[in-house]
Structures are given as structure tokens and as C-alpha cells.
Design a protein around this ligand. Sequence first.
Ligand SMILES: [Fe+2]
Length: 261
Amino acid sequence: MDDTVATERDFTSRWHTPPNFRIAAELIPFKRAFPDAGHVLDVVRKDPETRIAILGGADPAVRTARSAAFRAAPLDEIATWPFRLVHFNLSRFYDGLLCDFQDQIMIPWRTFLSSQGFTWQRCAPTLFLSTHGSSSTYHADNSHGLVWQIEGTKTFHSYREPDRVVSVDAAIRSEITAEHPPPHEATDRQSIRLRPGDLAWSHILTPHWVSSESDLAMSVTISHGGLCHQGSYALREAALRQRWDTHPDEPWLTDLRNTRY
Ligand SMILES: [Fe+2]
């Protein structure tokens, strides 16, 4: 499946129900400008809020040694290690590495959403860097995501009909999270291959996983919590909020305290 949302009308009609979709570059108004992945890796790896997972079949002692050396080892060497790096708080770099990010990306994107009748409670970017052969976990997020592939190639996997595979309740309770997806029919899977400059929409509370297919792949996902179009939530977000009505201790833990999901 490779349908692409290319018009504002398509976007405002497709955003509130799965499946995910590719977005035509010309629809998104922000200038795709970002420092190169090697430089980003070199700066971000030293930040204490950076999360790094060393992957691969190397023995545990090797993975432990690589984890310890990650912040100081030569970049060329790190690029040969299977790893994934995530940073949920890019505002830490707004006065340096990402000094243009607000003006060039976030403000135009928020302006676009507003102009199309959207409102939201949270809107924040997350950085993902990974190497060939590495993969994200299998999970679902409490937010809609605009996925922007910046450098290298990744494939964003999800299901064509997530309602047939995972109930909203199971996704809300995070029961599905695992290192790898469960066995499934290839025909049920929706895989969107993302090359530099490509964009995709990740629907709230739908299971997904991402595989990296280049030496160094970098993407940013802008996540949106409480996204509404003309006053209406997507169905899966409405289910989440109904759950919070009956479990009022949970929003604090899963949404309001953590800007990252
Ligand atoms: Fe995700």
C-alpha cells in the first residue's frame, strides 16, 4: 500500500482513522533543513538525556563495552555498531545545534495545523538515529506522529487494519510493547519506505515498528497529543480519554507528565 495524502482536504479527512499514510512533500510547508546526521550524532550522544540501546548479536560483554564507550568512541567506529538512539527533549539544543528548528520547522508546522482547523494539547519533536539492521521496539504511542525522514532509509511498519490485530484497550494499556512484532501475515502489514525528505503519518495508539536500512538513518517525529479537528478527537484518542475518565490517576502518568508520547 503506498497511497499518498497530497492535499489539505485529504489530510483533514484521513487523519482521524487508520491506516497510516505517506504525505506528499509539497503539502508540508516547512523547510526541510537539519544538520547532517554525523554531526547530530556527535553532539547528541554526549547529552545526558539521550537514550541509547546497543543492539545485535554480539555477546553481552561487547554490548556493555560499547554502551560505556558510546559517548567518546570515534564516530566511524560507532557507525558500524547496531544501535538506536532516541532524544525526547530537543529543546535542549535550541540554542546551539538546532537553533533554526523553531523558525524553520515547528512554527510553520503549527501554523499549518491551525490553518486547517486543528487544535492540540502537546506538540513536540523526538529525534531518532539508528544504524543498518537495527529496529525500534514494537509499540503504540499516545500521540499522532508526523514522521520526517531526514537522512538514510527506514521503513515504517504497521497494519493495514489495526482494529483487526490489536484492540484499542490493549494498546492503551501498553500490553503490546515488545522488542519485535508478533508473527503476522505479510498481507496484513503496511510498510512505508522512507527516504530522505519523505513524510508519513503515524496514527495514535496503532502498533508499529521501524527498521533501519542504511549505515546511519535519522528521522524526527513531531508528536501530537490531544489533537482535535474542529473539536473532534480521532476515535482511538476518544477511547483513551474515556479510559482516563474511569481511571483518573492514569493521565498524569501517561500524558500530562510525559511530553514525549
Ligand atoms: Fe512510535
